[in-house]
Design a binder for this molecule. Structure first.
Ligand SMILES: [Zn+2]
Length: 416
């Protein structure tokens, strides 16, 4: 499939962008080219799509199910009992709803952690997005569960081959308070052996840190390091309760920090110190977390929150400028997962969006990236392309009505 976008704004210039197959093959004057799909790019700008670095897609059907609670009662008394009842079909329906919302807000990749790998994988495959999806580990120190988790990881690694290369298989040990040391060490070895990424939650709450010291005599980063987990293939969500030396350690090991400002604020988990982490050399990407703790999946909102929070916490209005926030929501996530996306250049994957420059939020347009971070919301996004395929045009995604209807059934199904 080929797409020609004519006369679209790119870095303050009007250009044609030619997409052939999965990649952008030309930017400039393409007057002599023809394509199967031609898009009028006038009054639009082309930008890379968002990469949502920490997510639990299937939780979209749990949006507003249990709000205004502390993290542990929220998990123990509401989320985990509900999760114990869900089926792979529920996961598929939840993930499709999440994918729809993400496409409509300009996201084409997400780093996920959730049960029923195939439910989410099917949704991602059908919706045309990219994702890193994993085998979740939660063994609660139970050897039977640990063996089952390990067996599942081996099996899913095999079964994940049936999907396209838009889906990356990884391991998802939930957190050090739900996964035993033995299982964490096994994850590190298995991932190294098969070149897999590992996705976990780290130092999200003060309680996690004090419990870890009590149980293991070490703070969380030292504990994970002792198990061989701190490595460049580890993506760690939240990273809030870190001492400065721990930021240095994570940076030295090449661990990636995933910042979730809305979820951190909503659950009062604490302050992620973006500027300090960046100075320590940590690579940082931004994610929405799941819909049960955000509650939307809008990355333009998330990058704005990240920028504003950092300014607020540091008392420094120059902290986390728009370009840095934009990078953390787009290219950084792509880099972490080895994707040639998150940028509009010749040869890059054609994962891009067209924003409407006539939208009042983008006028007069002194600085597009500042406008995208501080002013825009998803209503500014008109068109979304992933892997050279049109996923949304004129703000419409094929099949969206059916996905919404299916999602609405969960108001009854997950009745509180
Ligand atoms: Zn999470």
């Amino acid at each position: 499939m080929s797409i020609l976008i004519r006369q679209v704004q790119h870095h303050d210039e009007l250009v044609d962008v030619y997409i052939d197959g999965a990649r952008i093959v030309a930017i400039g004057d393409c007057a002599d080219r023809t394509a199967e799909t031609v898009i009028d790019g006038r009054n639009k700008a082309i930008l890379p799509t968002f990469h949502n670095a920490h997510h639990h897609a299937a939780m979209a059907t749990m949006r507003s199910y249990a709000d205004d609670l502390e993290l542990f009662p929220w998990l123990h008394d509401h989320i985990w009992p509900l999760e114990a009842t869900v089926t792979e079909e529920d996961i598929y329906n939840g993930a499709r709803l999440a994918c729809l919302e993400m496409i409509k807000s300009g996201t084409t990749f997400f780093n996920d952690m959730y049960w029923y790998f195939h439910g989410t994988a099917r949704a991602v495959e059908e919706m045309g997005m990219r994702a890193a999806l994993g085998a979740v580990f939660i063994d609660m120190d139970d050897t039977t569960r640990r063996d089952a988790n390990r067996e599942q990881a081996r099996r899913l690694l095999e079964e994940s081959q049936q999907y396209s290369d838009r889906i990356q298989f990884q391991l998802g040990p939930h957190a050090l308070y739900t996964v035993s040391g033995e299982a964490l060490a096994w994850c590190a070895e298995f991932a190294a052996e098969h070149q897999l990424m590992i996705h976990t939650h780290l130092s999200e709450t003060e309680k996690e840190v004090s419990d870890c010291i009590q149980q293991h005599g070490m703070r969380p980063p030292a504990y994970l390091d002792s198990l061989g987990l701190l490595a460049p293939n580890l993506t760690a969500a939240h990273c809030i309760w870190l001492e400065s030396a721990e930021m240095d350690l994570l940076a030295e090991r090449g661990v990636k920090a995933l910042h979730c400002p809305a979820s951190n604020m909503k659950l009062c988990s604490g302050k992620f110190r973006f500027s300090e982490a960046q100075r320590a050399g940590l690579q940082i990407a931004i994610g929405t977390d799941g819909a049960a703790s955000n509650n939307n999946l809008d990355m333009s909102e998330e990058i704005k929150l990240a920028a504003l929070l950092e300014k607020h916490f540091t008392g420094d209005p120059t902290a986390l400028p728009a370009e840095t926030a934009w990078h953390a929501g787009t290219r950084s996530g792509a880099e972490i997962f080895g994707l040639d996306s998150g940028q509009i250049t010749v040869g890059a994957l054609a994962d891009c969006m067209l924003v409407d420059l006539n939208h009042p939020r983008l006028v007069p347009g002194h600085h597009l990236i500042s406008d995208m971070v501080y002013s825009a919301d998803s209503s500014c996004i008109d068109t979304v392309i992933c892997n050279g395929i049109l996923l949304m045009q004129n703000q419409h995604v094929d099949g969206e009505e059916e996905i919404i209807a299916k999602g609405r059934e969960y108001k009854e199904k997950f009745r509180r």
